[in-house]
Design a protein. Structure first.
Length: 598
DNA sequence: TAACGAAGCGCG
DNA sequence: AAAGCGCGCTTCGTTA
């Protein structure tokens, strides 16, 4: 390998001009001071050279030179480098781009996609670990070491690009899916750069109310023993002489300070089961006693302290994960979540810092979503696919009852309840569980019946949805014969060809159908999101905000909100035609809103 | 003191 | 038999 540090702008321009004439693509990578693009200072830029073992590096000061580069840009995670460039005043987003990280995920969704892991696996070259063992930071390393480190990344990324392209071709992954994936990432790049506005007053007010709830509930918990508790020890604990759980010694000690932590599940379990003598609830999976919400619910009628602990848990979760979690990430009134295109094996987008997809949506807690607001003068639109999984399952299976649900508006939960002779509320859980491939053990747990009765319930379920059963069986046959199943976009969910034991095969059988449904829904939503974002921008009406699995959100000017609403609705419905879905889709669009809410 | 896994829980 | 899919975040408690 030959690496060179280019000192002058002339040298850089010479090479770029050469690329513009001769290269199909140019590999690029940035060295910076932080993984967070908003904190990152651009230090150096690396670029592929005239032949495949050659790479160059030049100072980040010459970032502007890249604007004259015309060739296809190849990055490993372009979203990061483009954000850094944008925050240094250079927009690279009008250029064609390919991303070896995205391609690697399309080629194998089951492995890690970081450049380090890929290179280590493919070439066994551990120059990266050697570099980081020697130097505390990139900036601390001498120029020679920086050049070697940065340029090796380029050479390996260049090889990787060729290799993943060959693998995608061999697997028959359509170019349209490759193209869509990059366009989606481009839309998400813009979303990430823009960030999301936060209503600080609203958040702080909700936060202080929650904080007061937490304080009050904690006080009530500590006072409670004296009134309701028949356990003498707990009464004593409640009155000053408090018990302290010592993790080291694994036992209770009587100490004068109230140090019991209701937020620690181990301490709560010790309190409920050891101190109060409530019946131990055991986790079916781990065989260990548990103090999770389901366990607490099961014993809450036996002691008034239990529902209080459940309340406190809820308040703490809401305050800690969502109020503090969001406020801690606010910069000048905005948050900047990451939207990861290859964060899941199914093709869903994953979110982080914060995860917008886990913002509370149920009951009163949905008000937490109201934290997120559009720019002044804009409105929020949120549109979701109704019963998307049912539509997709019906499309694949053409199951009679599923088709009835879609065409006649029948309720899936009612049909299942009737078919199995169970309550509607239980039928709802059964429907979700069956989509996830559950066994008679889980069904027995849901219905509160014996395992043989659970088995019978599954038999009735498959009688009710016989067409679906045939399709699920087909999925299992494909799996067992080692053929990956492509979704309508050509995305593959790959499973091992060989299994060490029966259990691994059973796990794969549970996953294969579920992944197909989930992945199809994910691609439909993200395809719609890309189209929505690009059309809104083209028309100057606004932009895409983000997606939450089967929901597209956008922010649009109040002036065009109604037209935009039509556009979102039509675009999401249009995905059905695009993939020739055999059933009609349903899309529910919100009114133009002043904040994110139902 | 930092890093890590487990438990618990938010979402679809 | 490890027996419902896919994620990310916070806290706790242990270990390097």
């Amino acid at each position: 390998m030959r690496f060179k540090y280019l000192e002058t702008v002339d040298e850089i321009h010479d090479l770029i001009a050469w690329h513009n004439r001769h290269s199909d693509f140019v590999v690029l990578d940035f060295e910076t001071t932080s993984k967070n693009p908003r904190e990152a200072k651009l230090l150096d830029i690396q670029m592929s050279g005239r032949d495949e073992d050659e790479a160059v590096m030049f100072s980040g000061e010459h970032l502007l030179c890249l604007t004259v580069l015309e060739s296809l840009q190849v990055f490993h995670n372009f979203k990061y480098d483009w954000k850094v460039a944008a925050l240094h005043g250079v927009d690279l987003s009008d250029k064609p781009v390919r991303d070896t990280m995205l391609l690697h995920h399309l080629a194998d969704e089951n492995v890690e996609h970081g450049l380090d892991a890929i290179i280590q696996g493919a070439h066994g070259d551990d120059y990266k670990s050697r570099f980081w063992e020697t130097y505390a930071s990139y900036a601390d390393a001498p120029r020679d070491a920086q050049l070697d480190y940065g340029c090796r990344d380029i050479v390996y990324t260049r090889r990787l690009y060729g290799e993943v392209c060959r693998r995608l071709q061999a697997d028959g992954v359509p170019e349209a899916l490759v193209e869509h994936t990059h366009r989606l990432a481009l839309a998400l790049y813009r979303t990430e750069l823009a960030g999301i506005r936060v209503d600080l007053d609203y958040t702080i007010e909700m936060g202080s109310a929650l904080k007061a709830d937490i304080t009050r509930t904690e006080r009530e918990l500590r006072e409670m023993g004296g009134y309701h508790c028949e356990n003498l020890e707990l009464q004593a604990w409640a009155k000053e002489i408090e018990k302290v759980w010592t993790p080291k010694g694994k036992k209770w000690k009587t100490l004068p300070k109230p140090e019991f932590n209701f937020g620690a599940s181990g301490q709560v379990a010790a309190l409920l089961y050891d101190e109060l003598g409530l019946p131990e609830q055991v986790d079916k999976k781990t065989k260990r006693r548990t103090a999770d919400d389901k366990a607490l619910e099961a014993v809450e009628h036996r002691h008034p302290i239990v529902p209080k602990i459940r309340e406190l848990r809820k308040f703490s979760k809401m305050y800690g994960a969502f109020i503090e979690g969001v406020l801690g990430k606010v910069q000048a009134g905005r948050i900047y979540p990451s939207f990861n295109v290859n964060g899941t094996v199914t093709g869903r987008i994953s979110h982080s810092e914060p995860n917008m997809g886990q913002m509370p949506s149920k009951g009163d807690w949905a008000k937490i979503r109201g934290i997120f607001i559009p720019e002044a003068g804009n409105k929020v639109l949120t549109c979701d696919y109704g019963q998307l999984e049912v539509c997709i399952a019906a499309h694949f299976s053409m199951d009679e009852n599923l088709l009835r649900i879609i065409h006649e508006g029948a309720s899936q939960h009612d049909i299942t309840a009737q078919g199995l002779g169970i309550e509607r509320s239980k039928a709802k859980t059964v429907n979700f569980s069956m989509q996830y491939g559950c066994t008679e053990f889980k069904i027995a747990e849901i219905l509160g019946c014996s395992v043989p009765e659970g088995k019978d319930a599954i038999r009735k379920y498959w009688e009710t949805y016989a067409g679906l059963k045939r399709f699920v069986d087909w999925c299992h046959k494909e799996l067992e014969e080692g053929r990956p199943i492509a979704n309508p976009f050509g995305r593959l969910r790959r499973f091992p060809k060989e299994y060490q034991n029966r259990w691994e095969l059973e796990a794969a059988k549970r996953q294969v159908f579920s992944s197909l449904i989930q992945g199809t829904g994910a691609d439909m939503t993200s395809r719609a999101f890309y189209l929505i974002d690009s059309q809104l921008r083209e028309r100057g009406w606004g932009r895409g905000w983000f997606t939450v699995h089967d929901e597209c959100l956008a922010e649009v000017s109040a002036e065009h909100a109604e037209e935009a609403r039509e556009l979102l609705q039509a675009t999401m419905l249009g995905i059905g035609e695009e993939i020739e879905l055999r059933v009609p889709l349903k899309v529910e669009c919100s009114q133009p809103l002043d904040r994110w809410q139902k």
